[in-house]
Design a protein around this ligand. Structure first.
Ligand SMILES: NC(=O)c1ccc[n+]([C@@H]2O[C@H](COP(=O)([O-])OP(=O)(O)OC[C@H]3O[C@@H](n4cnc5c(N)ncnc54)[C@H](O)[C@@H]3O)[C@@H](O)[C@H]2O)c1
Ligand SMILES: O=c1ccn([C@@H]2O[C@H](COP(=O)(O)OP(=O)(O)O[C@H]3O[C@H](CO)[C@H](O)[C@H](O)[C@H]3O)[C@@H](O)[C@H]2O)c(=O)[nH]1
Length: 333
């Protein structure tokens, strides 16, 4: 049964958005997805969810969706997400992440939406020291992707200061894994994410895995990241909406578990869980990669009461592998 509350979810046909849509439907929300399918898939949107095909950077598209559906909340996932691409084509990122977000925020405001949840990123911190980073750490992004998201956080802060809109910007660390019930997973074509790529290598979809740099100032020389299961992240979104509806103040919150794993360790765990010794090649550093990014998650725990259920890298990998196997079967592999 629905609660009569409606959410517009931009980018809801993508990896994270599709998991959040499932969580919202389970929480009783009516959901409208607006997505241009540039990296998302129509099949990722469940049948009970309204789908609008269009670019959220186009004000007539997003305004029409707001006018028609009059949402109580907007969750804004749509965007471009590849750090190296942002280095090569910064204008794409300032258009699709900053300018398009401005358009979505403007449309939400025009239709008096009071609750706005934004997909931000740990990339806003740049290259912090190896210690877990809290939200009040300096924001000094080292790539256009991180800057394009930080600008949107700034727009939100300025707009919320003079309107009734309230927002939560969630700074995701490295999102991985798939829905434990097998209903959703990562499908973006040509994904560059470590766990996705390594699972594809383990299943023979790719010839090998390249490790980008083993000369970083980290314990084993490879980069360190804080991997969060996508379903725990989805739960954080539902809690963030409830928090704002309950009168919570604007907030910027880290989404991570608070411990880091090196690229080499992740690869070893994937080899072990998959039971296949796929080939790994050490390559040079990838442009835009910080050595270490680990969250201090104290604030999201205290502010939202968020308690992750899947803080276990083996479980994350198992769910990602299970999803990849279903993709192989559906492709007839
Ligand atoms: N995956 C991660 O580890 C990670 C980490 C930090 C932040 N994020 C952020 O989370 C959000 C979702 O990321 P994801 O991993 O699900 O990526 P994704 O590529 O799977 O999803 C993005 C979705 O947005 C859609 N989209 C892109 N531009 C659009 C536009 N202009 N209009 C309408 N739809 C558009 C795509 O078709 C896709 O469905 C992004 O904003 C990303 O920056 C992701
Ligand atoms: O084939 C690969 C893929 C990745 N890596 C390494 O694995 C680490 C993680 O890389 P990912 O591409 O999986 O993720 P990023 O840390 O680059 O970025 C991810 O998390 C960020 C926040 O931390 C951003 O939000 C971004 O959208 C999201 O892609 C990096 O050191 C990268 O060099 C490899 O060695 N080989």
């Amino acid at each position: 049964m629905t609660s009569g509350r409606r959410a517009v979810v931009t980018g809801g046909a993508g990896y994270i958005g599709s998991h959040v849509v499932l969580a919202l439907v389970e929480a009783g929300w009516d959901v409208v997805v607006v997505d241009d399918l540039s990296t998302g898939r129509r099949e990722a949107v469940p049948p009970m969810v309204t789908f609008v095909h269009g670019d959220v950077g186009d004000c007539s598209t997003i305004e029409a969706a707001m006018a028609r559906h009059r949402p109580h909340a907007v969750l804004h996932f749509a965007g471009s997400i590849v750090v190296t691409e942002s280095v090569a084509d910064p204008l794409k990122y300032y258009r699709n992440n900053t300018a398009a977000s401005r358009t979505v925020i403007e449309a939400a405001n025009a239709f008096a939406v009071k609750v706005f949840i934004f997909s931000s990123t740990a990339a806003v911190y740049g290259a912090p020291d190896g210690i877990a980073v809290a939200e009040d750490a300096p924001t000094e992004p080292i790539n256009p992707y991180g800057r394009s998201k930080l600008f949107t956080e700034m727009i939100l802060r300025d707009v919320a200061a003079v309107t009734p809109m309230r927002y939560v910007a969630l700074r995701y660390f490295n999102v991985a894994g798939a829905d434990p019930k097998g209903r959703a997973g990562q499908t973006s074509p040509g994904s560059t994410h470590l766990i996705k790529v390594a699972c594809e290598a383990a299943l023979g979809v790719r010839a090998d895995l390249e490790i980008y740099g083993d000369d970083y100032p980290t314990p084993d020389g490879t980069c360190v990241r804080d991997f969060i299961h996508v379903s725990d992240l989805a739960d954080a979104h539902v809690l963030a909406i409830e928090y704002l509806l309950g009168g919570g103040e604007n907030a910027v919150l880290n989404c991570g578990y608070g411990h880091g794993w090196s690229v080499k360790t992740v690869v070893e765990i994937i080899r072990c869980v998959a039971g296949v010794p796929f080939e790994v090649r050490i390559k040079g550093r990838r442009p835009g990669d910080p050595p270490s990014l680990v969250a201090d998650p104290s604030k999201i725990r205290s502010r939202l009461g968020w308690r992750p259920k899947h803080d276990d890298l083996r479980f994350i990998v198992e769910s990602a592998l299970a999803w990849e196997r279903t993709q192989l079967i559906s492709r007839g592999g």
